[in-house]
Ligand binder design. Structure first.
Ligand code: GDP
Ligand code: MG
Length: 429
């Protein structure tokens, strides 16, 4: 019988958040720092072209630099100031998305984006050349060009700055890097990355979005960040991360099209079919790896760590985890219809996810990016109108108004009955 992958993951609904004190302090300090900055590089993770966007940066930039047109030499009101995006970890993401993403962000946000493996001098040189260009365009002998890198935790900000220095002035590491998020906690001093014209860079702490989003969507965002070490590891149980990874592997064409069930993973030769059972995969992995506990019992925890590490290190192949192909709005529409009205997925007359071959890769990515950006503007407007985003905030508000409603009813009832409503000093006889 041929293998049928799960089409839906049982997401837990209690999405955790991680907005540490040092992130909030850095964000508060950012407008002051920006006064002195000519070029902001927003670093994002190429494996998560949408999930690694923190819209807070553009909001602060807009407030500090003036009305925004995202990028371009005259994009900002502030003379010569500019923001570009560098998608790092290019080596771990799917190359086929690079051009479509460049086009889509240019078209819908007038945003210039670069893709870089921070270890590749060739990639980094392009980013440096752009910074030098900006500096030459705005050359002022009394003012040194300053570049700040912003971004979510662990996207590779410090690595990118070290790489700019390596390429620009042939000097070693100036900023500490780490495989775990939350390492850089403060704004650093300036470091020179280019001599003539002089270009200096600052590093800063990674800043997480304060709220990942409602329900399944928020949780999925969290799990993707968890898999790419973009969020504190301990926020998600490793077995949920591993099971989500398995769920995604089973749907990914690389794994479904391959003759071996999970290319990149060492498995016993008897293991020939894909599985939806994490335990089964981990047991097989543990046996092949030889990680056995006393009594020869396969150590599934060790196998789980191995599986998660394999993804983190790119051993499962180049993989862009954000879905850039399905129509996100249509998929959501179908999901909410099937949840609310019991309609089976696919029966909706407005077709859900149109496959890539029908629409073409570039057009599909264009649609996904434009939907994402439009929804981001809507979220931002809701925030500006003071509408709470999080479920807990909504619940608190609803609870408060229910209590007030009940109190009013009670007071009205007591007034009608000639009694004294609670809250009054006098007690009823
Ligand atoms: N494969 C790969 N790993 C990278 C790249 N850039 C950074 N890293 C790794 O990502 C992790 C986080 O890097 P770091 O610069 O400390 O991120 P920061 O927290 O944003 O400053 C480190 O383990 C780096 O070695 C890249 O282009 N490719
Ligand atoms: Mg850092």
């Amino acid at each position: 019988m041929s293998f049928i992958p799960r089409t839906h993951f049982p997401f837990p609904t209690n999405t955790p958040s991680w907005f540490a004190g040092h992130m909030s302090r850095s964000l508060t300090k950012l407008p002051t720092v920006l006064k002195d900055i000519d070029l902001v590089i927003e670093a994002r993770d190429a494996r998560l072209p949408l999930t690694s966007i923190n819209p807070a940066f553009d909001e602060v930039l807009e407030e500090s630099w003036g009305k925004m047109n995202m990028a371009g030499p005259s994009g900002w009101k502030g003379k010569g100031k500019e923001k570009v995006v560098v998608y790092t970890k290019r080596d771990q993401a799917e190359e086929r998305f690079e051009e479509p993403l460049k086009r889509a962000f240019k078209k819908h946000a007038n945003q210039s984006i670069f893709f870089a493996d921070t270890r590749s001098d060739r990639d980094v040189r392009k980013v440096l050349a752009h910074a030098v260009d900006v500096s030459k365009r705005n050359f002022d002998p009394l003012h040194d060009m300053k570049v700040l890198v912003v971004g979510m935790p662990n996207v590779g900000k410090s690595s990118l700055l070290n790489a700019l220095r390596r390429v620009g002035v042939r000097k070693g590491k100036a900023f500490q890097t780490s495989s775990l998020p939350g390492h850089t906690r403060k704004f650093t001093g300036t470091v020179k990355v280019h001599e003539t014209p002089p270009v200096y860079v600052y590093d800063m702490a990674g800043i997480m979005v304060p709220y990942l989003g409602k329900g399944e969507e928020g949780m999925e965002r969290g799990l993707k960040l968890g898999l790419t070490s973009g969020i504190k590891e301990s926020l998600f149980p490793p077995e949920i991360l591993a099971d989500y990874l398995l769920y995604r592997m089973n749907l990914h064409p690389r794994f479904t099209a391959s003759t071996s069930p999970y290319p990149g993973l060492p498995l016993p030769s008897a293991f020939t079919d894909q599985t939806n059972a994490l335990e089964e995969l981990l047991t097989a992995l543990a046996k092949r790896l030889g990680t056995l506990m006393i009594g020869g019992i396969p150590d599934v925890d060790a196998a789980q760590r191995y599986l998660l590490k394999s993804f983190g290190e790119g051993k499962l192949g180049r993989w862009t985890l954000d879905d850039l192909i399905s129509d996100p709005a249509a998929a959501r529409r179908t999901r909410s219809i099937s949840e609310n009205e019991g309609v089976v997925e696919g029966e909706d007359s407005e077709s859900p996810a149109e496959p890539e071959r029908e629409l073409g890769l570039t057009a599909a990515v264009d649609r996904t990016v434009s939907t994402y950006l439009r929804e981001e503007v809507e979220r931002r407007n809701r925030r500006a109108d003071g509408i709470p985003e999080s479920l807990s905030q909504e619940k608190k508000k609803a609870r408060k108004s229910a209590v007030e409603e009940r109190k009013k009813k009670w007071e009205a009832k007591m007034a009608n009955a000639g009694g004294i409503a609670p809250g009054s000093r006098k007690t009823r006889r």
